[in-house]
Design a protein around this ligand. Structure first.
Ligand code: HEM
Length: 113
């Protein structure tokens, strides 16, 4: 598969992942379909990320890749837990997660190191 294919997939699943996080927080906390959509989209986004790395010929991860992996891990694990369990300050948790998504985009574009 081409670089373009992986990049488009990476970004489309990023959109679904963000949307699922929002729905899980504010629309339907117990909806199983939303949880599954979040899990599958985050996973496929990761797979597409590795596809991109392969197409770019990056075998030894630079710092920006490690940073994105850590951000992805936090979002994929903490997002669903907070959406289901958190009773107070939900808006603040959601804002923090959205900031993390934004940092992921900034790191992706600027590749600081
Ligand atoms: C939530 C976390 C993430 C966000 C928000 C994110 C976002 C993005 C965006 C917006 C781009 C396009 C950048 C551009 O065209 O200049 C991109 C590219 C890319 N992402 Fe991610 N990503 C995330 C996680 C990951 C992970 C976990 C990996 C590694 C497995 C990864 C690997 C890549 C690679 C290799 C590119 C291509 C960079 C290039 O073309 O120069 N991303 N990402």
């Amino acid at each position: 598969m081409s670089y373009e294919f992986y990049k488009i997939t990476h970004i489309i699943f990023l959109l679904v992942f963000v949307a699922s996080t929002g729905i899980a927080f504010f629309i339907d906390q117990q909806n199983k379909q939303v949880r599954i959509a979040g899990m599958i989209s985050s996973f496929l986004m990761l797979v597409a990320g590795f596809g991109l790395l392969a197409r770019l010929g990056i075998h030894q991860w630079p710092t920006w890749v490690i940073a994105k992996l850590i951000i992805w891990l936090i979002l994929a694990i903490l997002g669903p837990i907070l959406a289901r369990r958190l009773k107070q300050n939900r808006i603040w948790a959601f804002r923090a997660l959205m900031i993390l998504f934004a940092v992921g985009v900034i790191v992706a574009v600027l590749k600081p190191a």
